[in-house]
Ligand binder design. Structure first.
Ligand SMILES: *Cc1c(COP(=O)(O)O)cnc(C)c1O
Length: 461
């Protein structure tokens, strides 16, 4: 063994203790470090020929990289839609790396069993029936892509071909209808060879991001044969929800695969005031839910659900003598784009075991209440105006005067020490978003964020 490896092996307990201490210090300082530090250009070091050992690597990381990390795990990182990691999720993730399982095969089944139990819990959490099976993937983009890949195979089934076997040329043109599809849907269509132009935008309701069911039915009537509908349960700008009951009912008259992107909107199921928004989620043929957002597990984690695991296995099967057969209950190796499969379910298993449905209801309701308070605070700042009502956990607002992208970027940059917001465009107007999905965020953070915003606006005006 290389002497540096032998030395680290001999000192492993001490080194891990040192690592743990540093992790604790990082987490203890989360509330106080700049939420997003001033951008800096690192000097790029050449590949070390001779290693320095873990202790020196830890030192170097602490000096060169750690001070530049954002507090994205903390309570006032309100950009994008960002979760943190609960204590139990973090513990699960540490143990995932320690055990380093490749959980994709019944030949070594423990990891796969943990994942299946966890998927069962998630299904219940979101009110899905056991007609839905599910697998873990790396994020909602991958979950949407897997759902659309199954949809593609379903279209093939309707047309008497298998795109998985015969390729896309056999399938012919495809239309994917959606009101306010997330950008990752277009990316998925590109990856799948269906093309970004397959995505056809359908009119939304007046002043809303939710699709107009009448316009959707018109688009279905104008579509020749079976197609795909992507319904949105929680849009990123205003957290609007398509009427899933109304969309599903259109299947009585039209033939389509219904995929629902509920990346973070699925968590509305946990709030009694909002659960009706996703009550019909189970009617979907495939569903995307992100877990590194509102479940607050570390990146990279999402789940994809579908009623047609048989079509899924047709797409993703990876037959090789040494991997085991596909069969009626395919191993995970046959269900997602990757073959080797991190036991990423363990972080989700830990956090659900530790906090349960009640714990998650508390997180969701607190975040929703923080978003509402932030919305009221924004509305009260002279010079700002809300662009949409706060429907769930996102506040979308802009400058009352001259809301240019440049001025909003200047405003956001002024805030970064205290609170991180990200830009968007809503109804043609440049805007900022504050998204609440971290388990640590409290009213005190909302006050701090709102005060920082009011100061920054005064400075700008
Ligand atoms: C975040 C998000 C995605 C993409 O998720 P990643 O985890 O970043 O891949 C897709 N759809 C919606 C609605 C989202 O909010």
């Amino acid at each position: 063994m290389h002497p540096q490896l032998a030395e680290d092996l001999a000192q492993l307990p001490d080194l891990l203790e040192d690592t743990r201490r540093r992790a604790v210090a990082f987490l203890d300082g989360l509330g106080e470090r700049p939420v997003v530090p001033v951008p800096w250009e690192p000097e790029v070091e050449p590949l070390p020929g001779r290693g320095v050992g873990l202790r020196a690597a830890l030192e170097e990381f602490a000096v060169r990289w750690e001070p530049n990390l954002s507090a994205s795990a903390g309570p006032r990182y309100l950009g994008f839609v960002t979760g943190g990691a609960t204590p139990a999720a973090l513990a699960g993730d540490w143990l995932t790396a320690a055990a380093d399982q490749n959980s994709n095969s019944s030949l070594d089944p423990a990891g796969q069993r943990i994942e299946r139990e966890t998927v069962g819990w998630l299904r219940e959490l979101f009110g899905l029936s056991d007609a839905h099976s599910g697998t873990f993937v790396s994020g909602a983009t991958m979950s949407n892509t897997v759902g659309l890949a199954i949809a593609r195979e379903w279209l093939g089934e309707r047309r008497g071909v298998s795109p998985a076997e015969d390729g896309l040329a056999a399938l012919g043109p495809v239309r994917v209808l959606s009101g306010s599809a997330h950008s990752s849907v277009a990316k998925g269509l590109s990856v799948l060879g269906l093309g970004r132009r397959a995505l056809v935008g359908v009119e939304t309701l007046a002043g809303r991001e939710a699709v107009d069911p009448v316009a959707l039915e018109r688009a279905l009537r104008e579509t020749d044969g079976p197609c795909v509908v992507v319904a949105n349960a929680g849009t990123v700008n205003t957290v609007d929800f398509d009427d899933l009951h109304a969309i599903a009912a259109l299947r009585e008259r039209h033939d389509f695969w219904l995929h629902v992107d509920a990346a973070f909107g699925a968590f509305a199921a946990l709030s009694p005031d909002h659960a009706h928004l996703v009550e019909a989620l189970d009617l979907a043929d495939s569903v995307c839910v992100d877990l590194h957002k509102w479940l607050n597990v570390p990146y990279d984690s999402a789940v994809q659900f579908t009623r047609r695991p048989d079509l899924q296995a047709r797409v993703f099967q990876n037959s090789a003598a040494y991997l085991g057969s596909v069969g009626d209950h395919p191993d995970l190796v046959h269900l997602t784009p990757e073959n080797s499969h991190r036991l990423r379910a363990l972080a989700a298993w830990f956090t659900l075991r530790a906090y349960g449905r009640d714990g998650y209801r508390e997180i969701v309701e607190r975040d929703v209440s923080c978003a509402r308070a932030m919305g009221e605070a924004v509305a009260a700042v002279p010079g700002l105006r809300l662009l949409a009502p706060v429907r769930l956990n996102v506040v979308c607002f802009t400058l009352a005067e001259e809301p240019t992208a440049e001025r909003l970027a200047a405003l956001a940059a002024e805030l970064n020490e205290e609170v991180f917001l990200t830009p968007t465009r809503y109804a043609g107007v440049p805007a900022l978003r504050a998204a609440f999905s971290n388990w640590r965020t409290t009213d005190a953070d909302v006050r701090r964020a709102a005060d920082a915003l009011a100061r920054a606006v005064r400075k700008l005006l």
